[in-house]
Design a protein around this ligand. Sequence first.
Ligand code: IDP
Ligand code: MG
Length: 158
Amino acid sequence: MSNFERTFVMIKPDAVERGLTGKILSRIERKGFKMVGMKFLLMTKSKAEELYSPHKGKPFFVSLVEFITSAPLVVMVLEGPDCIRQIRKLMGATNCAEAEPGTIRGDFGVSIQNNLIHGSDSPESAKREMAVFFTEQELVNHQRSLEKWISPAPTPVH
Ligand code: IDP
Ligand code: MG
């Protein structure tokens, strides 16, 4: 299992405006994932259209761009084993009304659009999405001394 998988995550404007940034961040932190980049910003329309380009033409696209540019948000890059899939599990289903209790969307939201958090859905998406907001130099490579307690090397089978 690679320790170097990275994913792009956003705490969306609804969560920031509702004062849920810390609560959401703490769930990601306590799971053990490592932050390698983070910014607080107001997204421009052109960045929003670039980020969500796979959804261009869908009925919710215009509204989604309007929502995501309407207030500040937090963008970040996280690193850890299987983090793309694991963070999507922490997020829960797209529609908060369908998301399981215990997930971020299941616990904090009721809407399909205003669903608090974004996480990349594949390594290809992660690479594309993080490049919209971060240069390679802005991502901080660092080793945590506690890593062996979170993600030990697999035990050899004798
Ligand atoms: P995901 O965020 O769970 O990966 P996507 O299908 O990639 O979901 O959709 C991107 C975002 O577009 C969603 O997080 C949500 O904010 C919004 N969205 C998705 N489907 C709908 C819809 O049917 N109505 C309104 N907004 C939607
Ligand atoms: Mg998606």
